[in-house]
Ligand binder design. Structure first.
Ligand SMILES: [Zn+2]
Length: 298
């Protein structure tokens, strides 16, 4: 089934074999596994993410991770992969945020994917504005979106309006993480104030019919990553993920993998969970695949 993966972070996309190779080369520890049924805190997750990122030391390391991520998605039927990166996280290693973006772009075949430059809810709005401007400079060279990642509880949506405006003016998709911990109103704010084209996760939106209507009316796609929620305790199990509520409300959904290195799920696995645990019919799985392609920046 042809599909796109619209929610994937560079470090979290790393193959386990590549992580082991790089970590061994440097004598660095590998991140301990997440308990799939656990209720890890965000800092516990972030610590593992930071350990994984620490093995990346050269532009070729970064390009290879991106290249392999696209290959792994392609093996699951993806014809398009959007790789998200906060370039400041690797700038101390590669020299500048621009060098990081260029390293990721070097691994992305422009016919098979693109790059989303992401700032963080945890960083000041001015930081997001600088990264939005950086993303805008690469808007004709493979960067197609501007994201806001990390723990959404650490920022105020209204403060990020200028950054989103910079990105939108450059023709970039605005794709914040939202509605992971915060209630449905957080998702609505990201749509209304930031003009979000897609929402990373957004699972709390399903609790509020008015927010579901807003998403459906504006055609805002929810990037749903079934393996990401139980380990962080925002649902007790995959069966609680509100895929059916989104489908019933006519909200477009694109299944993504988020951080397969840490959560352990391929793109095929996300569709399998939608089928086997969430009751997705063949027609609904086809719809999800079509919606992922429709929301892609191809
Ligand atoms: Zn994410």
């Amino acid at each position: 089934m042809t599909r796109a993966n619209l929610h994937l972070h560079l470090t979290g996309s790393m193959r386990t074999t590549t992580l082991v190779e790089y970590a061994d080369r440097l004598g660095l520890p590998q991140p301990p596994p997440l308990d799939p049924a656990g209720t890890h805190t965000w800092p516990e997750f972030q610590r593992r993410y930071d350990l994984a990122r620490a093995v990346l030391r050269t532009a070729e390391d970064v390009a290879r991770v991106a290249r392999e991520a696209i290959q792994d998605d392609a093996a699951c039927g993806a014809v398009w992969t959007e790789i998200q990166i906060d370039p400041t996280s690797l700038a101390p290693v590669l020299g500048s945020p621009e060098a990081v973006v260029e390293a990721v772009l070097a691994g992305v075949d422009p016919g098979r994917g693109s790059v989303i430059v992401a700032s963080s809810w945890a960083r000041p709005p001015e930081h997001a504005e600088r990264l939005a401007a950086l993303a805008a400079r690469y808007a004709t060279r493979g960067v197609t979106g501007f994201g806001l990642s990390h723990d959404e509880r650490l920022g105020r949506v209204a403060d990020f309006v200028p950054a989103a405006a910079i990105a939108a003016a450059a023709g970039l998709r605005v794709v914040p993480h939202a509605g992971f911990y915060e209630p449905a109103g957080h998702v609505a704010d990201c749509v209304r104030l930031l003009g979000a084209d897609r929402i990373g996760h957004g699972i709390t939106a399903a609790t509020d019919p008015a927010v579901l209507d807003l998403l459906a009316d504006r055609g805002v796609t929810i990037e749903l990553c079934p393996t990401s929620y139980a380990p962080l305790g925002v649902v007790r199990g995959v069966e609680e993920i509100p895929l059916r509520a989104f489908l019933a409300a006519g909200v477009p959904v694109a299944l993504g993998t988020d951080d397969p290195l840490l959560f352990g799920g391929t793109l095929d696995d996300q569709y399998a969970l939608a089928r086997d645990v969430l009751g997705g019919t063949p027609e609904e799985l086809d719809l999800l695949a079509r919606q992922s392609l429709a929301a892609a920046s191809r």
